[in-house]
Write a protein that binds this ligand. Structure first.
Ligand code: X6L
Ligand code: MG
Ligand code: MG
Length: 162
């Protein structure tokens, strides 16, 4: 079983609803087991700063699927949640990025793992290290621009329908 971490982010529309739907779609996939969910953090936008704040989180999954197949599933979920690519680094309903896939390094046209700039991004590292403080090779960054927005004591609470 492969062990992978995904970063999820939303800063358009019903941000919490988008993240919940994305996690639910991952859970409903027959070849994916959602093994952990971080708290939700509200984060100041980086890269392109003139946009609304994000909600970011990290999800741990177990799967027999290869990384490139997992990428396809992430893109399919983005499509289903109406992700539009209008402004580069701009606002989005949902973004799913593969951070880690086992301890593997890979570099293809479509996918680079570990995610190239994850070591610099507090909105990725803070939820990642919350989920697994044992992960080697990552420094917890200053939490500037990242504040705890909602904690989740269990997977159930997150995906429960109202
Ligand atoms: C200089 C140049 C410094 C570029 C930083 C950082 C670019 C991050 C893109 C950068 C640079 C990104 C999210 C976000 C984006 C998100 C928050 C990106 C891609 N996605 N800000 N900005 N959360 N808080 O999920 O990550 S655009
Ligand atoms: Mg991203
Ligand atoms: Mg992305």
């Amino acid at each position: 079983m492969n062990d992978s971490y995904l970063s999820l982010g939303s800063n358009m529309g019903d941000r919490l609803g988008m993240l919940k739907q994305a996690v639910r779609l991952l859970m409903e996939h027959h070849a994916i087991e959602v093994a952990g969910i971080s708290s939700l953090y509200e984060t100041e936008p980086v890269g392109f700063t003139e946009q609304p704040p994000f909600l970011n989180m990290v999800v741990r999954i177990k799967t027999d699927l290869p990384a490139l197949t997992l990428l396809g599933i992430c893109q399919e979920i983005e499509r289903r949640l109406d992700r539009k690519r209008i402004i580069h680094w701009g606002p989005r309903t949902i973004d799913l990025d593969i951070l880690l896939y086992n301890q593997e390094n890979m570099e293809t046209e479509q996918l680079v793992i570990p995610h190239p700039r994850m070591h610099e991004r507090a909105f990725v590292l803070i939820p990642l290290l919350e989920l697994n403080p044992e992960l080697k090779g990552f420094e917890k960054p200053k939490d500037q621009g990242v504040r705890l927005w909602k904690t989740y004591d269990s997977l159930d609470a997150f995906v429960r329908k109202n």
